[in-house]
Design a protein around this ligand. Structure first.
Ligand code: DP6
Length: 329
C-alpha cells in the first residue's frame, strides 16, 4: 500500500494538577491523574511521510537535523506505530514549534501528540481518540493530554489501556487565559523525563501525591462551574507542591530563577490589590499566569511592565490535535 504524507497541528498544554513521578517508567504510567488545558498559541506542526525507499528515519526539528537523543526518542515512537500498523518502512519527519523548546512550555507534549496523529495517518492506521492518547502517552506522558480538545483529564490507570486522556470541557466552555511570561529560552538543566525518575525519594512525594488526589476533583468541578477563585488557588498550590518535590529529589532540582520568584511575588501582589491572577510553573523558569478573559489586558500589561519578562505568550483554551493540509516538506 502506498503511504501518504500527513501533517498534524497540536497545542502544548498547561497542567493544573500535574504529572510528576511515574509508577511505570517504560509505559509512562503516572502516579496520579492530571488535568490540563490546551494552549492555542503554543503549537507544534509535524509532517510525516513513511517511505519504503528510506534506509533510516530522517528527522528534522525546527529546520535542523534532530539531536541524537531527540532522534532516538522519535524513532522509538515511530517503532510503536510501525508495530501497530504492521509496516517496516522508515519515515521522513519534520517538526516546527511556535514557541521556544525545552523552557518549561511542554514542547514534548505538542511534539509527541502531533507526531502520533501525523504518523498514524501516514501509515494508514485508523485509531479512535482514546487509542491515540494511549499511544501518544508512551512517547511523552503529557502528550496524551494534547490530543483531546480544550480542558482535558488524563486518568492514571493501572495498565496501559486504562491510562488515557479525555476532554472534560470544550475550548469555548470557559474564557480562561494562560499568559506565559518568558524569562528564559535556553534548554533547561534537568528535563522532565529525568525529573519523573528522581521524584520518588523526595520525603514530600507521598504527601504531594495525596494532595494531588484530593485536589483533582476539586479542580475538575471548579473548571466545570467556572469557579475561578477555587480553581486558581488549587492550581497555584499544586504547582508549588510539584516544585517542592523537585527541590527535595536526589539530586535536587531547582527550576526557579530569580526572575521566576519575582514574578510569583508580583502575581500575589496584584491579587492583594484586586487583580485576580494565579501562577503555575512547569519544569522550567517561565511563569504561566492564569486569569479570566476580562482581566487579561491588565495582567498582560502588568507583566510587560516587569523588567524580567522578555516576552508574553498569551493563550486561550485550544483545540485538540488535528490533521492539516499545509505540509512542511
Ligand atoms: C512539569 O510529559 O515532559 O510539564 O513523560 O518523560 O515526556 P515525559 O514527561 P513530560 O512531563 C511533564 C511534566 C510537567 C507537568 C505536566 O505537564 O503535567
Amino acid at each position: 500500500m502506498p503511504f501518504v504524507k500527513a501533517t498534524a497541528l497540536s497545542c502544548a498544554n498547561i497542567a493544573f494538577i500535574k504529572y510528576w513521578g511515574r509508577k511505570d517508567h517504560l509505559l509512562r504510567l503516572p502516579l496520579n491523574s492530571s488535568i490540563s488545558m490546551n494552549l492555542d498559541n503554543a503549537t507544534t506542526v509535524t509532517t510525516v511521510a513513511f517511505d519504503e525507499a528510506l534506509p533510516a528515519d530522517e528527522i528534522e526539528i525546527g529546520g535542523e537535523p534532530a539531536s541524537p537523543h531527540a532522534a532516538r526518542r522519535v524513532s522509538e515512537h515511530l517503532d510503536r506505530i510501525r508495530a501497530l500498523a504492521g509496516i517496516t518502512a522508515r519515515a521522513r519527519v519534520a517538526s516546527r514549534n511556535s514557541f521556544p523548546m525545552g523552557a518549561g512550555i511542554a514542547s514534548s507534549a505538542s511534539a509527541f501528540a502531533a507526531l502520533t496523529v501525523a504518523a498514524c495517518a501516514s501509515a494508514g492506521l485508523q485509531l479512535d481518540e482514546r487509542a491515540l492518547t494511549i499511544l501518544a502517552r508512551q512517547g511523552s506522558g503529557s502528550a496524551c493530554r494534547s490530543i483531546p480538545a480544550g480542558f482535558v483529564e488524563w486518568h492514571t490507570g493501572d495498565t496501559s489501556d486504562e491510562s488515557f486522556a479525555e476532554s472534560i470541557a470544550p475550548p469555548d466552555h470557559w474564557d480562561l487565559r494562560d499568559l506565559i511570561a518568558i524569562v528564559q529560552t535556553e534548554h533547561k538543566e534537568v528535563g522532565s523525563s529525568k525529573g519523573h525518575e528522581i521524584a520518588g525519594p523526595s520525603p514530600f512525594a507521598a504527601a504531594r501525591l495525596a494532595e494531588a488526589e484530593r485536589a483533582l476533583p476539586v479542580v475538575r468541578v471548579a473548571i466545570l462551574a467556572r469557579d475561578f477563585t477555587t480553581f486558581g488557588e488549587e492550581a497555584e498550590q499544586e504547582a508549588i507542591r510539584m516544585h517542592a518535590v523537585a527541590m527535595t529529589s536526589r539530586p535536587s532540582v531547582l527550576y526557579w530563577s530569580p526572575e521566576t520568584v519575582r514574578i510569583m511575588h508580583a502575581v500575589r501582589q496584584w491579587r492583594a490589590e484586586g487583580l485576580e491572577a494565579y501562577f503555575s510553573i512547569d519544569a522550567g523558569a517561565n511563569v504561566h499566569v492564569l486569569c479570566q478573559g476580562k482581566d487579561a489586558p491588565y495582567v498582560e500589561a502588568a507583566l510587560h511592565a516587569l523588567l524580567d519578562v522578555r516576552e508574553v505568550l498569551a493563550n486561550r483554551p485550544g483545540p485538540g490535535t488535528q490533521l492539516v493540509e499545509h505540509h512542511l516538506f
